[in-house]
Each structure stands twice: as structure tokens, then as C-alpha cells.
Design a protein around this ligand. Structure first.
Ligand code: PLP
Length: 403
């Protein structure tokens, strides 16, 4: 027997040839010439930072998600910080957060000196479980922060009902869910405040950037002040009215999104519907293919939900496989498929363990899911061949490890 020849079906991790020769990332931006032109135009204008494009982008964005107000920020994290501030979170308060999210969702509560209280997620969608939320309420609870994991809206109706009963605010982290729909309503128009991100892996990008939408004019005003040092009017308005006078009315930050970034956002927003359509098409192709592959559980979609598919997270049926998630991850990476894991539960990060004493085991649904999750490549710029490569590699690897 030769030790140098390997069968064509051999896994790349074992020396076989990979399903594709170039690396396919899990997410990436798409930019076209119109995007470049829009940015260049602003670079040649008088306003690099807050100028006319900021308001134009905010208005177009609010219109797209069906909200009365949209306030832009320098990142999704800055937008979360501002929303937590506008909700009135302060030292001694608590806010309820799911553990299966990006750390920024919980960190924004800490920025205000308040405490994030985790509540476990539902086993199907991996979104905040309303029954767990109800169990974690206390007289100190002031806000609930559901996350629309992977782009599937959270269970908003029961969460809003709990919030209304106790006069809490709902800050929806919709960084995954621009363009998603919940019971016929657009995400961005439902919660007290909804937060979006324009990081390059998201549905539209401004490089870095974020947005908060709300129907409440008081919250919108606080959000605008918070992003501009707590100052009660903007530099351009003052110049327009020939005024030098301004007042700082609250302790804010500089979280402004530059004019050229907003010009990029405006162009990108025009392609949101096309981006969503492509992501939905990819999800459909994946889901029908993965029903046939042993050991894979495709993401579930509840009745009345139209997800935005920021991610396509499969779960591995470890009982039917001879490899664990780490091994499957490495095998798929060797096939040049850029799988990822979303997310390490927030309470298990060293900072949270050290500060709050979490040891693991506190949130069994999120922790169990974490050990099985794999995000497959999902972005609107994927070609059909990319999609087929992912399916072929997943089938190749999981067939090899099916026991
Ligand atoms: C992307 C993201 C954020 C914020 O990200 P920024 O990189 O600061 O724009 C927050 N929460 C979730 C769930 C995210 O995916």
C-alpha cells in the first residue's frame, strides 16, 4: 500500500484535495462603482463629517424600516451604548440579555454602570426565551435587550407584553436583522428602540457604522445629543443660523458617522432588497440540501417570520458523528470553507467569569447550542458555485465523520 496516494474523497485535513482552492469567508461586503462615486463626491465637498448626507441616510433608513426616527452612529456598539443611555439605564439597574450574542449587547449595559442579567434562549431559534425573561425580572429591571439571532426576529410580542406590564423599555439588537419581518411588521418599527450595525459583514455597510430607530421623539432627541457630546444642536445648524451659542445638556460622546460613510450607506441601502433576496435564495438552497446530510440540523424558522439571514448557523448532531465541532470546523476550514462560530456565550468570557463568577452551566440551552453551532458562509455576493462548494464540502466532511 502506498503512503503517498490519497483518494480524491479524502478529507483535505487528512491530505486530500480541498473542495475549492480559494478560501471562502463566512461573510463579506459587496461594493460597486456607484458606491465608490458616492463617497468620492462627498470627499470633494465641504462636509467630511456631519453634513447633508447624514440626514438623507437617516431619513431613507427610517423609511425603509418603517420607523419615525433613525439616528446614525459611528458603530453598532456606539448605537447600543446610546440606546442603553436613552433607556435611562444607570448604576443599580438591571437589563435582561441573552447569552448567545456578540459581547457588545451585554457590554452596553455595563457602560452605564448597570448589570446585564442573562436569560436563556429558546432551543429552536436560539433567541431570548420569554419564559426565561419572566423568571429573571426583579424590581431593578429597567430594560430587555432581545437579539434577532442570525437575522430571525426574537419572540417580540411576548417580550413587549412583559415590558409593558412592568414599564420596561425594549432595546432590540437587530444587528443581524435589517430587512427581517415579524408577523407582517418590519424589524425597526416594533420595539422601543432597534439597533443596527453597518459593519462589512452585515446587510449593508458604511465601513463602521450603526443606527438606532424609534417612534418616540424624546428618545430620538436623547440619542442625537448623546452621539454629539450631549450638545443640544449640531455644528452645521449653528453655522446655517449664524449662531455661536450651544449648550451641553448631558454627558455624551463623539459617536458621529461621517458624511462620506452616510453617502456609502445611502447607496448600499438601494441594494438592500436585492441583498436580502440573494441571502434568502442561498438559505433556501442550503436548507433543502442539508435535510439530506446526516448529522446536520439546519436553522429553524417560525411561523410568520421572514428572516434576514445575516448568518446561516447549522447545528451538528454530535450523537451521530464521530468528530466534535472543533474537528468538523478544522476539516471544513481545510476544504477552504470559512466556517465560523457565533457565539461563545457572553457569560463564559473571562471578563464576565471574573466579574460575575459564572462557571458554566448557568444557561444550558445556549451552552449546549454553542458546542454544536457552525456558521456556514452566507453573504449576498456569494456565487452559485460558492454555495454548491459549501454544500459539497459539508456533505464530504460530515459523511466522513458519520458514525
Ligand atoms: C455586529 C453586531 C453588533 C455591533 O457591531 P459593530 O461592529 O459595533 O457595528 C452588536 N450586536 C450584534 C449581535 C452584532 O452582530
Amino acid at each position: 500500500m502506498s503512503t503517498t496516494s490519497v483518494s480524491p474523497q479524502a478529507l483535505a485535513i487528512n491530505g486530500g484535495s480541498p473542495v475549492r482552492t480559494t478560501f471562502l469567508p463566512y461573510g463579506r461586503q459587496s461594493l460597486d462603482e456607484a458606491d465608490v462615486q458616492a463617497v468620492v463626491e462627498v470627499l470633494r465637498s465641504d462636509w467630511l463629517t456631519t453634513g447633508p448626507k447624514v440626514g438623507e441616510f437617516e431619513e431613507a433608513f427610517a423609511g425603509r424600516v418603517g420607523a419615525k426616527h433613525a439616528v446614525s452612529f459611528s458603530s453598532g456598539t456606539a448605537a447600543l451604548h446610546a440606546a442603553a443611555f436613552a433607556a435611562g439605564l444607570k448604576r443599580g439597574d438591571e437589563a435582561i440579555v441573552p447569552p448567545l450574542t456578540f459581547a457588545a449587547t451585554a457590554n452596553c449595559v455595563l457602560y452605564l454602570g448597570a448589570t446585564p442579567i442573562f436569560a436563556d434562549v429558546s432551543p429552536d431559534t436560539l433567541n431570548l426565551d420569554p419564559e426565561q425573561v419572566a423568571k429573571r425580572l426583579s424590581p431593578k429591571t429597567r430594560a430587555i435587550l432581545p437579539v434577532d439571532y442570525a437575522g430571525h426576529p426574537a419572540d417580540l410580542a411576548p417580550i413587549l407584553e412583559i415590558a409593558r406590564r412592568d414599564a420596561l423599555l425594549v432595546i432590540e439588537d437587530a444587528c443581524h436583522a435589517l430587512g427581517a419581518e415579524y408577523a407582517g411588521k418590519r424589524v425597526g418599527s416594533i420595539s422601543d428602540m432597534t439597533v443596527f450595525s453597518f459593519h462589512p459583514v452585515k446587510h449593508i455597510t458604511t465601513g463602521e457604522g450603526g443606527m438606532v430607530t424609534t417612534n418616540n421623539p424624546q428618545l430620538a432627541e436623547t440619542l442625537r445629543r448623546f452621539r454629539n457630546h450631549g450638545i443640544s444642536s449640531e455644528a452645521r445648524e449653528r453655522q446655517d443660523s449664524g449662531q455661536w451659542f450651544y449648550e451641553m445638556v448631558l454627558l455624551g460622546f463623539n459617536y458621529r458617522l461621517p458624511d462620506f460613510a452616510c453617502a456609502l450607506g445611502l447607496e448600499q441601502l438601494k441594494r438592500l432588497d436585492a441583498n436580502l433576496a440573494r441571502r434568502r435564495e442561498i438559505a433556501e438552497r442550503y436548507t433543502s440540501a442539508f435535510r439530506q446530510i446526516p448529522g446536520v440540523i439546519p436553522p429553524s424558522v417560525r411561523e410568520g417570520i421572514n428572516p434576514a439571514w445575516h448568518l446561516y448557523p447549522i447545528r451538528l448532531e454530535l450523537g451521530r458523528l464521530t468528530a466534535d465541532r472543533a474537528r468538523v470546523f478544522r476539516a471544513l476550514r481545510a476544504e477552504n470553507i470559512g466556517v465560523n462560530v457565533h457565539y461563545i456565550p457572553v457569560h463564559l468570557h473571562p471578563y464576565y467569569r471574573d466579574r460575575f463568577g459564572y462557571k458554566g452551566g448557568e444557561y444550558p440551552v445556549a451552552e449546549r447550542a454553542y458546542e454544536r453551532l457552525l456558521s456556514l458562509p452566507m453573504f449576498h455576493g456569494m456565487r452559485d458555485q460558492d454555495v454548491e462548494d459549501v454544500i459539497r464540502a459539508t456533505e464530504k466532511v460530515l459523511t466522513a465523520y458519520s458514525g
